[in-house]
Ligand binder design. Sequence first.
Ligand SMILES: [Zn+2]
Length: 280
Amino acid sequence: MPELPEVETIARGVHERLRGDRILQAWFGSHREPFKTPPARQARGLEGRTILSVERIGKHIVCTLGSAGDKDVLVSKPEAQWIVHLGMTGRLLVTIPEGPVAAHTHARLSMASGRELRFVDPRRFGRLEFRDLRRDAGFGAPGDEPLKIGGEQFAALFHGRKLAIKAALLNQSLLAGVGNIYADESLFRAKIRPRRRAGSLTRAELERLRLALREVLEHAIRLGGSSVSDYVDAEGVRGFFQLEHCVYLRTGLACRICQTPIRRILVAGRGTHFCPQCQK
Ligand SMILES: [Zn+2]
């Protein structure tokens, strides 16, 4: 499952390659699941439009599109959005039309530059959506953005909450896009036990957690950024598995700080890894 840093890396990669490019033609596959907007409507909406920008919002990739016939992306007004959610196994590839078409390719957009943007998703939990901003509201994630949120706002999210802090971190209506790996890793860095009640954390602990979360996410984005071509052009989510985790999937191995074996428990139904010595 692609997590926030992977999605950020893919969005940046597509932005670098396709910003200012124009969509000439859109082709969609026949499976129903990937289409939140009917494919015929997506094709009509996309064709002719220029890609003004590509960014990550929560765990979604949002392509902002200008009007058909736009020439200058700097002065174009956003008129539409194409929203990609990668689901479990989705990938966005920027390739050339002659490039071999992977099995489970559900969308191909031919660009004026001669490139092709493809959406591939074997398990079909991913979603593609088109919004016409003259009619529809723009896409927004329900939760706050973990890379941007300030201390006051972060503390307010958890104030008085009885659920475990790990569960609160995963709650997408509080913070957008934090997944299991980065919840475990940031709690370790902040030295906080995953089962602590969110509302019981002191202001100092919450501030440690906010900074730790930002640190682990930014670190992963930096690592991913260096292997961006792997993501966008080729096999998808490779580089991130080389990330050196401190606790995630290290059950029974020695803590990198105190040598105590890392423990695994379930919190909110999710495998949760922590150091019983370092985390209070
Ligand atoms: Zn430890």
